[in-house]
Design a protein around this ligand. Structure first.
Ligand code: KIV
Ligand code: ZN
Length: 512
């Protein structure tokens, strides 16, 4: 049996189903480019039948990817499969990923279908998908809670109909590693034609066991792992790519498997996902959290100085940390900026480059070292967010120990400039009040947090806000070397995301 594990990344599909993690088409494309650089084998670019926007963005990604496989998710119905195929067909390597639930509880209450009907639908869907393309994946939704014998029967039917990958999801994050490993072993033993397909697993993290379950499954013979960057995804999230990959990388004796992942691209990918989705990585998150390589205790620090391996099981450089290169200085020209951005995956038009160059110069004047993450923030905020309803044009704040904080703000709303002012308990409160008044927002500010984007006292501050309006929740991010400006940008960004959600209701994409 091969020791190569196929890494199937679903950050753009299941990851996007995280509450508040909506991404626009340009952001998704940027992330897909980074995932290709990271070395994933397959990306699930979206769920094309969910909305026009999803369809468009999957087809854009499909056309752009150079060598990785691009999958489109679809239910086991002809209409959905047609949409998925329509979106991925121009990929160098397209994949249709169709699914149907196989647990008794899902079949009875969600699908209102019998086992026989599910078997027939599986056969029909896979045969149809297979008539369109060679690479077809079938998922047995809620597989871990399905009757194991029925699961094997469904997989056998799918394989008979031509599927190339069968996926066993732990949809509700219910499995326990030993039990899940046993189930994978059982499926391998009891599905007669299993050798004709790759066996995949897809775990959710409701009990915090997604990585452990995925590893148990790989040890039991699964050869594809479905994962997301930073473990984002529906509810408690999906298996995190970085954890599974680095576990195998760090413990080869126990797990003699290999992947195509360029581990030094892990940290840049994590940062990008966080920046685009607005979902902050918890500081103690394995591999990519801010504290993952920080040693606080004196004894530990002493040990690490003498020999890093005393307390570090991985080198930070291996996952792309400390790789913050000085990229460009304040004397760098437009040409150097363009070629560096190209290396990062941004192919900008002259007009876009002009905008980024102006922002870069402004930042280089204020900040000594401009690193990749700064450039990423400039492009993400200035270029990828083209569909914004609200754009900040100008902001002025007066505050101090003896004056009431006051802010005046000018926004562009639907192409028209509007100006207003607001008072507040502090300068940020004043800016937020002015913006709220101008936009007429009914949203509530649920959370506000500030962190430093890069090290040093001249670091850019990064502000994250969490907003809620009529059941819609959105995160907004903004960065600037001035914390009040960063806050204003984050607030405007959050409001734009709420507007985006109003037009693209998440429910449309929430199929399971
Ligand atoms: O969790 C799940 O079951 C899924 C399937 C569609 C693969 O996301
Ligand atoms: Zn899932």
């Amino acid at each position: 049996m091969s020791d190569r594990i196929i890494i199937f990344d679903t950050t753009l599909r299941d990851g996007e189903q995280s509450p508040g993690a909506s991404m626009n088409a340009a952001e998704k494309l940027r992330l897909a480019i980074q995932l290709e650089k990271l070395g994933v084998d397959v990306i699930e670019a979206g769920f094309p039948a969910a909305s026009e926007g999803d369809f468009e963005s999957v087809s854009q990604i499909a056309k752009k990817m150079k060598h990785l496989e691009v999958a489109g998710l679809c239910r086991a119905s002809k209409g959905d499969i047609d949409k998925a195929w329509g979106a991925v067909q121009h990929a160098v390597r397209p994949r249709i990923h169709t699914f149907i639930a196989t647990s008794d509880i899902h079949m009875k209450y969600k699908l209102d279908m019998t086992r026989e009907e599910v078997l027939a639908a599986t056969k029909e869907a896979v045969s149809y998908a297979k008539s369109l393309t060679a690479s077809v994946e079938f998922s047995a939704e809620d597989g871990s809670r399905s009757d194991p014998d029925f699961l094997c029967q469904v997989f056998a039917t799918a394989i008979e109909a031509g599927v190339t990958t069968v996926n066993l999801p732990d949809t509700v994050g219910y499995a326990i590693p030993e039990e899940f490993g046993d189930l994978v072993r059982y499926v391998r033993e009891q599905t007669p034609n299993i050798d004709k397909a790759v066996l995949s697993v897809h775990c959710h993290n409701d009990l915090g066991l997604a990585t452990a379950n995925t590893i148990a499954a790989i040890k039991a013979g699964a050869r594809q792992a479905e994962v997301t960057i930073n473990g984002i995804g529906e509810r408690a999230g999906n298996t995190s790519l970085e954890e599974v990959v680095m576990a195998m990388h760090t413990r080869p004796n126990f797990m003699p498997f290999n992947t195509n992942i360029k581990t030094e691209q892990i940290h840049p990918s994590s940062r990008l996902v966080s920046m685009i989705t607005g979902i902050i990585v918890q500081p103690n998150k394995a591999i990519v959290g801010a504290n993952a390589f920080a040693h606080e205790a004196g004894i530990h620090q002493d040990g690490v100085l003498k020999n890093p391996m005393t307390y570090e099981i991985m080198k930070p450089e291996t996952v792309g940390l400390n790789a913050n290169k000085l990229v460009l200085g304040k004397h760098s020209g437009r040409h150097a900026l363009r070629s560096h951005l190209k290396e990062m995956g941004y192919d900008l038009s002259d007009e876009e480059l002009k905008k980024v160059f102006t922002k870069f110069k402004e930042l280089a004047d204020k900040k000594k070292h401009v690193v990749d993450e700064d450039l990423e923030a400039i492009v993400t905020e200035g270029i990828l967010r083209t569909e914004d309803t609200f754009k900040m044009q100008y902001m002025h704040v007066s505050a101090g120990t003896t004056v009431m904080p006051m802010a005046s703000v000018q926004l562009e709303i639907n192409g028209r400039s509007v100006r207003g002012a607001g008072y507040g308990n502090g300068p940020i409160d004043a800016v937020f009040n002015a913006i709220a008044q101008l936009t007429g927002t009914e949203s509530e500010l649920l959370r506000f947090s500030v962190s430093a984007l890069t090290g040093g006292t001249d670091a850019q501050g990064e502000v994250t806000v969490r907003l809620s309006e009529n059941g819609l929740i959105a995160l907004g991010k903004g960065s600037d070397s001035d914390i009040i400006t960063a806050s204003a940008k984050a607030y405007v960004n959050g409001l734009n995301r709420i507007e985006y959600l109003k037009e693209h209701p998440l429910k449309e994409a929430q199929h399971v």
